[in-house]
Design a protein around this ligand. Structure first.
Ligand code: ADP
Ligand code: MG
Length: 275
């Protein structure tokens, strides 16, 4: 849980380049992409579909190797999966033949470690899954399965949690509920979180910073600081400042494709909140 010194980011991405070698040729997914994730912050990554967000997250987790560049955790390069880094995917990926308790125990079995039962009970309580340990995935809603996946990731006490569009397949009410839950967990644990989403509203609700990736090959084109106080109430989310920041980021991502070419378009009126 060493956070390094004040200037060392918790997680550093340095000139990350990833080329996929495919049957139809080489594909440049990330091109010298750099990003610093400060300790105890939530940083969201947004960008057009296919721009390399998942590639970047997998690289950050050590699950796959970069072609060049480096990922640093507390200033030290990582070259493979690291116990301090947890990950939650878009699908909960629970094993269907195991009940919830056994799913949460699974990573401990693989590592040959004893689970911290009190901590897991606390997490289950935290996400509202008290008493559901004996249920099988098919007996749980999509939102509940994703809560279980969050508990499974946090049960290992990572100092960094990576989340790849974790609520992308949930309905919008459940998604809002899950966003509030992530904020609560973060207020509780201050775990450094990297959150990938294609919802700018979700990114702004959750984050201290939003990094906007360019179209493929992915590179951080812009970074915004999100200055709104927490917890982020509906009232805060309805302010003009939030609306303006949402639109500014939206224009970064889709502006070139949808912006009318007339000189008097409304984008000129948008107030940019600088990082
Ligand atoms: P995003 O998550 O932003 O939608 P991805 O990181 O999944 O983007 O993909 C970036 C690009 O790399 C896409 O063009 C995708 O088709 C390609 N890609 C992703 N994974 C692989 C892979 N394992 N092999 C070949 N190409 C891949
Ligand atoms: Mg993706």
């Amino acid at each position: 849980m060493n956070a390094g010194n004040a200037t060392t980011p918790k997680l550093g991405v340095q000139a990350a380049t990833k080329i996929y070698h495919t049957a139809s040729g080489d594909l440049l997914a990330l091109d010298r992409c750099s990003l610093d994730v400060p300790a105890n912050e939530i940083v969201s990554i947004v960008g057009p579909s296919g721009c390399g967000k998942t590639t970047l997250l997998w690289s950050m987790s050590g699950l796959h190797r970069l072609t060049s560049g480096a990922i640093l955790l507390d200033g030290r390069e990582i070259t493979g999966p690291h116990p301090d880094i947890g990950i939650v995917f878009q699908e909960a990926n629970l094993l269907p033949w195991r009940n919830l308790d056994a799913n949460i125990r699974f990573p401990f079995e693989i590592k040959g470690e004893k689970p911290d039962r009190a901590w897991i009970a606390h997490l289950l309580h935290r996400v509202g899954l008290d008493g559901f340990g004996g249920k099988f995935p098919r007996e749980l809603s999509g939102g509940m399965q994703q809560r279980a996946a969050i508990v499974r990731a946090l049960s290992l006490k990572p100092s960094v949690l990576l989340m790849d569009e974790p609520f992308g397949s949930l309905d919008s009410f459940t998604r809002e509920e899950m966003n509030r839950l992530v904020e609560e967990i973060w207020l509780d644990t201050k775990t450094t979180i990297v959150f990938i989403t294609h919802s700018i509203e979700e990114a702004i609700f959750l984050s201290d910073r939003v990094a906007v990736l360019s179209a493929r090959p992915g590179r951080v084109a812009k970074e915004y600081r999100v200055p709104f106080p927490r917890p982020r109430s509906l009232e805060i989310m309805a302010t003009k400042e939030v609306f303006d920041l949402t639109n500014t980021i939206k224009m970064d991502i889709v502006g070139d494709r949808v912006r009318p070419k007339t000189p008097d378009h409304h984008a000129a009126e948008i107030v940019r909140i600088r990082p």
